[in-house]
Design a protein around this ligand. Sequence first.
Ligand SMILES: [Zn+2]
Length: 203
Amino acid sequence: MLSESTSFDRNGGNVTIPEMVEDALEVISQDEEYMKCVDIDTKINCVLCNWCGPGIVVDYHIQKIHENEIMKQLTNDWNITFTLGALVQEPLWCSRVLEYESIFYVLSAKYEEPDVFMATLTSHSTDFTFKTGSITVFNKTTGEPFTWEGEIKCLSPDWPYTKNISGLKINLSKLDLMPQIYPIAGQPGLNDVHIILFARLYN
Ligand SMILES: [Zn+2]
């Protein structure tokens, strides 16, 4: 019933301005000649799905397609859980989109064999207000904190293949997440191993 009424609304012309803008931009983005003229043909990968499109529409894409995945808060700090199972399965980065004061920030985490854990905080936007951020993760047993603090950079167009990423980089084994030292792909229980990242934005 809900989906019926939703499609009725759309057919009835009840489309919001951002949707109209996005639709228009998508039409424009099909026109390669035009895109070359205005030099906005740099394509960006969505951090949450396989979508790839012009950088100027990526915020609209996230708002429209990933509305329920956006982690919106009134305060400037988040605690975000990644499972070790997801990180071990993903050869690139696992990302979450954070929204603060109408700007999207991206918190990404990555595991590299055999013992590297990385996390980084970036933004899709070029005019974000909060230029500095921090990421902290705690040792599960001792509570020892591991923190990165630094400049929040723009997400590079070659994401998620970007080299030289600034952020937190530690040995995974320093977090004492599980009895053995290294995780093994396909090992049962990895989805129950949680890595909680505390991210914060500063002015
Ligand atoms: Zn997407």
